[in-house]
Design a protein around this ligand. Structure first.
Ligand SMILES: [Zn+2]
Length: 665
């Protein structure tokens, strides 16, 4: 498990004094004692202020100390690395001095404020004339060891004169404008933006590495769930991303980054109210939020802030010690040689962000598979979210692959999946049929075509269990299309609405007779099987959180994949499992209690607390085991279990944020 790291944040305004009563050594000493090996310090914030005397940038007007170099020196004294935060896409001061550097959102429209941040265009001269020299100064004057470049708006659309001319020069077409939504040149803009972003990242990395070859260069979010594509430095460096600080984002991000080779930083900044403000953030919440990062072995980058006086506030010190204690407790129970051992892989498709063949890249669209995530979590499955760039390293015929909401597969990914199935892999495709570059459906699905228009806006599921008399079938909302099977066979049929029509504006009752359109199909391809679920169960669950849907999905997964090694039975879901293997004979299962969450009803992104006491869930962990009487430990103490067939059944009372079960055969 990676040690935690700290961000000594200092987003500022001109009126605030900075460094009036500094205790930089105290702040860094606390981090050193907490076992950290590096920390993020502030170089340049989004207002545009530098926190050191600068010749190229704009120094904070009320800065009393050399904060950046002071922190860097204190870290180095203790053998720690200093990573400088630099806001990459925003700089209010630069925009106020050089308006021609501003990002033009649409003709004549800029995102600027009077005395705070502004969005800048990287290609306007801002990067070359201003930002790169600031990075050089930080490396040479402040001796920092690398950068956390906060991308923010840096790679957003811009129609400034430079960007228009560049698009014209590269493509021969005029840059499409935002109001011209149906302009066919958007199809050129996506791949063009992707290449341009790749080039910009490569340029910054090269510039930094020329000055200091070993410097760390992190572009926030690049390669993470927000931008799930492969850019320079993503597969051989740390991927850092800051999720919205509420369920299920933190665990989704941690799970996602655990699929990458170097793994990632999950940078949680908005703990409670406002920006790093922990004034209403209690201990239980911090233990919970850190546990969902540690359960996947990821590094928690705590997005804290320094007191403007230049010292650690008492709340920060308390949080540091609390999170560290939690880390130590969990770390003791997960051996460093253990590796995550998911039974299921959930593909995090590039098309969620970039559409077909990158055509929607940089158009501000994104689809998050929140329903799939919550459904697998609530079904008690040990699963890994993997972006396409990490699929090859995680794909294994011992794992069941799930694609939900994937509209497009690029040739490399399609080839990987085809080989996986031919070699005996099993998978389920849900929501929609993925398309290839030529618009065809991959042959391993065994489905020749589908209607362009939906035939029903919802579907009722057939029963897996005995239904209570007169109760309605389980409704799944979302469009359903007619499909033409080629080699696939139908396995199940759903039920359309009564007389195939809505009841006014809402869904009509279920018809008595099933539809003639298959709900579930199977195609045998090579040694493997590909299932297709022709309804929007995964997406609908993001909204419905329906107990009936969960039960049905849980039954379905049991029927489709009998080789899973682990399963958690929790009456209401809400308990997440991450399973690890340590050699052939030991498995370790981290269970986290997601109960007791309280959210803002207005601003979901800023607050989520865990209220004490958390609900207690009585769960049963099922672990496939060959040995007659394996040793089972719960949080380091021996616990009871029973055997049912090939599985051990281990009852666990989830009366705490997390529990760790270790099974040794
Ligand atoms: Zn521009």
């Amino acid at each position: 498990m990676k040690a935690i790291t700290w961000s000594f944040g200092m987003q500022s305004r001109a009126a605030s004094r900075v460094g009036e009563k500094p205790d930089l050594s105290g702040a860094v000493e606390a981090a050193a004692r907490a076992g950290m090996t590096e920390a993020i310090i502030f170089g340049k914030d989004h207002t545009g202020f530098c926190f050191y005397p600068t010749k190229t940038g704009v120094m904070h007007p009320r800065l009393k100390i050399n904060l950046t170099k002071g922190m860097s020196d204190e870290l180095h004294k203790r053998g720690m690395k200093a990573i400088a935060y630099v806001n990459f896409g925003m700089d209010g001061e630069a925009a106020r001095r050089r308006p021609e550097w501003r990002q033009e959102k649409s003709p004549g429209v800029y995102s600027t404020t009077k005395d705070h941040f502004a969005d800048l265009c990287l290609y306007s001269g801002y990067l070359d004339e201003y930002l790169l020299p600031v990075l050089k100064e930080l490396l040479t004057e402040c001796r920092v060891d690398g950068f956390f470049l906060d991308t923010m708006s840096a790679f957003h659309y811009c129609c400034c004169p430079v960007c228009r001319a560049d698009f014209k020069a590269k493509t021969g077409h005029e840059l499409p404008l935002p109001e011209d939504e149906n302009n066919p040149d958007w199809d050129l803009f996506g791949p063009y933006s992707f290449r341009r972003m790749t080039d910009a990242i490569a340029k910054v990395r090269e510039y930094v590495h020329t000055i200091r070859p070993e410097a760390v260069v992190i572009f926030n979010h690049v390669g993470g769930p927000w931008i799930p594509l492969n850019f320079p430095g993503v597969m051989d460096g740390v991927v850092s991303c800051d999720p919205p600080a509420f369920f299920p984002w933190i665990s989704l991000y941690s799970n996602y980054t655990s699929s990458l080779p170097v793994t990632g930083d999950v940078f949680v900044e908005r703990f409670a109210r406002g920006w790093g403000d922990r004034s209403a953030n209690d201990d239980l919440t911090m233990i919970y939020k850190s546990a969902v990062i540690f359960m996947y072995g990821q590094r928690f980058c705590v997005g804290d802030r320094l007191h403007p006086e230049g010292r650690l506030a008492p709340g920060s010190l308390h949080a540091m010690n609390l999170i560290l204690r939690n880390w130590r407790k969990m770390n003791r129970l997960i051996s460093s040689s253990a590796k995550l051992a998911p039974d299921f892989l959930l593909l995090y498709s590039e098309s969620f962000k970039a559409g077909k063949a990158l055509k929607d890249f940089s158009r501000g669209k994104i689809y998050y598979p929140l329903g799939s995530y919550r459904l697998l979590l609530d079904c008690g499955r040990s699963f890994m979210v993997t972006p396409e760039m990490a699929l090859a390293r995680n794909l294994d015929t011992k794992r069941f692959l799930l694609l939900a909401g994937t509209e497009y597969l690029k040739p490399e990914t399609e080839k990987l999946i085809r080989r996986f199935v031919a070699d005996g892999g099993n998978m389920l495709v849900g929501e929609c049929l993925p398309r290839l570059d030529d618009d065809s459906i991959p042959e391993w699905l065994g489905i020749g075509g589908e209607a362009s228009e939906p035939y029903q806006p919802c579907l009722y599921l057939p029963d897996f269990r005995k239904r209570i008399a007169d109760s309605e079938r389980i409704l799944v909302r979302g469009d359903v299309r007619k499909i033409e099977l080629s080699t696939a066979e139908p396995l199940l049929y759903g039920y359309p609405q009564y007389d195939m029509t809505l009841m006014g504006g809402g869904y009509n009752s279920s018809a008595a007779e099933p539809a003639d359109v298959p709900l579930l199909t199977v195609n045998r391809y090579g040694k493997g099987k590909v299932y297709f679920l022709n309804c929007a169960l995964f997406a609908d669950y993001a909204d419905s959180a329906s107990r009936q849907q969960r039960q049905w999905a849980s039954d379905l997964l049991k029927k489709l994949w009998k080789n899973a090694s682990f399963e958690l039975e929790s009456p209401s879901g809400n308990v997440e499992i991450a399973s690890w293997r340590d050699g052939e004979k030991t498995s370790v299962h981290v269970l986290v209690n997601h109960g007791g969450r309280r959210n803002s009803l207005q601003y979901l992104h800023t607050s989520e607390q865990i209220d004490a006491p958390q609900p207690v869930y009585e769960v049963v962990l099922k672990v496939r085991a060959k040995a007659k009487s394996p040793k089972v430990m719960l949080n380091g103490k021996k616990t009871e279990c029973t055997r049912k067939g090939e599985f051990l059944h281990i009852p666990v009372r989830m009366d705490d944020v997390w529990k760790i079960v270790k099974v040794t055969e």
